[in-house]
Design a protein around this ligand. Sequence first.
Ligand SMILES: [Zn+2]
Length: 140
Amino acid sequence: MDQVWRTRQDFECDDGWFALLWHLSAELETLIAALPEQEQGAYAPTNVKEKFGALRFYMTRCTAEMDHAITRAEGQSIHMCEVCGQPGTRLIHDELILTRCLDHTPAQSEPWQPWPLEWLASPEERRTSPSNRTMLRREE
Ligand SMILES: [Zn+2]
């Protein structure tokens, strides 16, 4: 993954999504390598994190194919426990949203509730075009 991860990165999510990120990185590496050599340096991940129980993956620049791969991985993350990678459910409790399997759902006096899938992306989170992904880092 030298091409994709050639600079220091901040991973702000748990290890359960490692395989997901590994496959996405391999896919992005292939897509970057297919670009003209003088353009390849402009494409790099800048931030990887968990937000609202879902993976968020940001690039300096992004082609439509890269955006498609990232969107697919982000969509898969909400069905995968962020701690262990086993099948999971996106849950909400007290405004905290997590994607967890049964074993890794934190104990609470009030039970966690499933979080509806149609809330995957808020309007400001949803990218309408690949160019929307060109910001270096999005502030919370
Ligand atoms: Zn788990």
